[in-house]
Design a protein around this ligand. Structure first.
Ligand SMILES: [Zn+2]
Length: 354
């Protein structure tokens, strides 16, 4: 994610409150999904800040890794507990820091490693990516400090007494900001050695690994990793739980349903999302597809009626989706408004203007 977290944070802080800091930042658990296939799944509660999941694919003679999160030091240590085989390839599913910033650490650990990603990373990371990172480095600590103050005051962002759920979420955000500030400033970008805009097959001994372009959705650079023998898919941020991470400028809400349909056509048994728990059925993916289809349809209709963006913002009906994704959780309510409702409208609006 981290689309424009600086502004997201600023917006969030007009809404939020904070708790005591916990050590949630290094938190992930390893889940073995098939022989040699291990997912490192983040255990943080839902919040504004995230770090990404990671997948280890241990082959006959080497290892292929999917994504290089901020917790890569801890992930490398965890992988070394699993195997002493060298990491040969690391696939970055897209360009956001929580999926690429660890590249330098993985190269330090295995100098011969090769990085695979969409070619647009080579443009994005030194340009827009560097700007967004600067904003994040200046904005996030201040945001965390304000959250800490709100926690101390026992209030949420709306100024109401803070719930246990919100307390845990804010504490996690603060810990993740601290971890981000420890890892990210000064870490060099490591750009892809190999790029693909289509399908790339890695045959590593008896293991077949396919780097798939399912379509664009979360970003222009979205790639997924498919293990056809095991029917396991690492989706990157095409699939994120508990709400999708949408960027008004960076995401393509109108194209996202087609990418998710391509994902569903693979009939995966297990989906490792960019963030959130392993999905063991396709119910959530179908919900996301239907959400983006509906937003695109509504925006087209509202434009057709001659409304401007402000008018569309008032007229669009997302209550049902809001209920399905947020339930009665105050944290998910804030996440839905911040990461779905506002940016998805902008993304769909921009697309229909073309
Ligand atoms: Zn992302």
């Amino acid at each position: 994610m981290r689309l424009a977290l600086s502004y997201l944070f600023a917006a969030a802080l007009t809404l939020l409150g904070a708790a005591h800091t916990t050590d949630a930042a290094a938190g992930f658990r390893l889940e073995t999904l098939a022989p040699g296939v291990h997912a490192a799944i983040r255990t943080d509660p839902p919040g504004l800040m995230v770090d990404a999941n990671c997948l280890f694919i241990v082959n006959d003679d080497d290892v292929v890794v999917v994504d290089a999160p901020e917790a890569s030091t801890e992930l490398i240590a965890a992988l070394r507990q699993v195997t002493d085989k060298p990491v040969r390839y690391l696939i970055n599913t897209h360009w956001h820091d929580d999926h690429v910033i660890g590249n330098a650490l993985w190269r330090k650990a295995w100098p011969d490693i090769q990085f695979i990603a969409h070619p647009s990373l080579r443009d994005y990371l030194p340009g827009t990516g560097a700007e967004n990172r600067r904003d994040m480095i200046t904005g996030a600590p201040q945001a965390a400090e304000e959250m800490q103050e709100q926690l101390a005051a026992g209030k949420n962002l709306a100024g109401k007494p803070i719930s246990d759920e919100e307390r845990a979420s804010y504490a996690s955000d603060i810990a993740l900001v601290a971890h981000y500030m420890k890892v990210v400033p000064g870490t060099p970008d490591v750009l892809p050695d190999l790029s693909t805009t289509g399908n790339l097959i890695l045959q590593r001994g008896s293991r077949r690994i396919e780097v798939r372009r399912l379509g664009r959705g979360h970003t222009d650079a979205d790639l997924a990793v498919w293990l056809p023998q095991e029917r396991i898919l690492a989706s990157g941020d095409l699939v994120v739980w508990p709400v999708p991470l949408v960027g008004g400028e960076q995401s393509h809400v109108n194209d996202w349903p087609a990418a998710l349909d391509a994902l569903l056509a693979l009939k995966p048994a297990l989906i490792v999302p960019g963030h959130g728990p392993v999905q063991r059925d396709t119910v959530y993916v179908e919900l996301l597809r239907d959400l983006f289809t509906d937003i695109t349809r509504q925006v087209r209709e509202l434009r057709g009626r001659g409304l401007d963006l402000d008018g569309a913002r008032k007229a669009i009906k997302l209550d049902d989706w809001h209920r399905r994704l947020a339930g009665d959780s105050a944290v998910r309510d804030a996440l839905f408004r911040m990461y779905v409702a506002a940016p998805a409208l902008v993304s769909a609006w921009n697309a229909t203007a073309q």
